[in-house]
Design a protein around this ligand. Structure first.
Ligand SMILES: NC(=O)C1=CN([C@@H]2O[C@H](COP(=O)(O)OP(=O)(O)OC[C@H]3O[C@@H](n4cnc5c(N)ncnc54)[C@H](OP(=O)(O)O)[C@@H]3O)[C@@H](O)[C@H]2O)C=CC1
Ligand SMILES: O=C(O)[C@@H]1CCC=N1
Length: 266
């Protein structure tokens, strides 16, 4: 596959790492105005670094956009004259809706929105996908790419904002939980490095149990909570202090913020 990533920042670099590691590319163009921060990709076979978005678009079939929302409209307008029937446009941009993209490049383009997360760098992203009517003809291509880099799921566009919070911002939320359990492990007597190992592998184990069994979390909790034991005592104390409530409220606050993110140049 001939892929270009327009805007190789935090997310773009993560996608690039995943694509390179999984051998998913024929050629990969990575663009950015200042190339200093992506020199780590210099020297990979068939990977090209450039500040020239037009060149990247001309040389590629699949164009993945990963710029900040306020930069996207100008870039789309700039590349519009270069688009041909070979191009599939995949936007990861938060809050930039398909009708707005169609208004710029036309509804006859294959347009797909993808919401991955930074775990795509290690092939573990859950990526939500939706498309315009024309893009539905190419959604299998997007699924093929993102399934190589984790798991993909098709959702209606109206759920894309919620998916951004749950899956993309979700990485940050889970990191904070892992950090907190690490801090607790240190207080309980482990060295910092060991504490983090214990916290992150326990987190991985918990998620893996649910993925493997399809069980509800409470079924797995029931297996751990000995009556009058230490687990239920700890869990109930966390809930008295508002654990579930603060997570839910934080995610709803994050969701409400999305609608205020500027997608136009200031
Ligand atoms: N970070 C994440 O976990 C996720 C982010 N997203 C979405 O992905 C997008 C990118 O986010 P993120 O990676 O965090 O942002 P970054 O700011 O880290 O990356 C954006 C990159 O775009 C580059 N850029 C800006 N203007 C241009 C241009 N004209 N041509 C080419 N490159 C350009 C910038 O580099 P330079 O200034 O050198 O050009 C920068 O490196 C956002 O819209 C965000 O909502 C979605 C899911 C997850
Ligand atoms: O924080 C943000 O706005 C972006 C969207 C999801 C992850 N990063």
């Amino acid at each position: 596959m001939k892929i270009a990533i327009i805007g190789t920042g935090n997310l773009g670099k993560s996608i690039a790492k995943g694509l390179i590691t999984s051998n998913a590319i024929t050629t990969l163009y990575l663009t950015k105005r200042n190339l200093d921060a992506i020199q780590e990709f210099d020297g990979y076979q068939n990977v090209y670094l450039t500040s020239n978005n037009a060149e990247a678009v001309k040389q590629s079939d699949i164009i993945i956009f990963a710029v900040q929302p306020a930069h996207f409209e100008t870039i789309l307008r700039d590349i519009k004259p270069l688009l041909t029937e070979k191009h599939v446009l995949i936007s990861t941009i938060t809050g930039f809706l398909i009708p707005k993209m169609e208004a710029i490049v036309g509804s006859d383009q294959f347009i797909i929105r993808a919401m991955p997360n930074t775990a795509i760098a290690v092939g573990k992203s859950i990526t939500c996908l939706c498309s315009n009517e024309k893009g539905a003809e190419r959604i299998k291509i997007a699924e093929a790419i993102f399934n190589r880099l984790g798991t993909s799921i098709a959702i209606p566009e109206k759920q894309m904002q919620a998916a951004t919070v749950v899956c993309a911002s979700g990485i940050a939320f889970w990191m904070r939980l892992i950090r907190a359990t690490t801090q607790a492990a240190i207080q309980l007597g482990f060295e910092a490095e060991t504490a983090q190992d214990l916290a992150m592998h326990t987190c991985e184990g918990a998620a893996s149990l649910l993925i493997a069994t399809g069980n509800h979390p409470e079924q797995e909790i029931d297996k751990v909570t000995t009556p009058k034991g230490c687990t239920i005592e700890g869990l109930n104390e966390m809930e008295h202090k508002g654990l579930s409530s603060s997570l839910i409220q934080g995610m709803v606050t994050s969701f409400n913020k999305i609608n205020t993110i500027k997608t136009e140049q200031l």
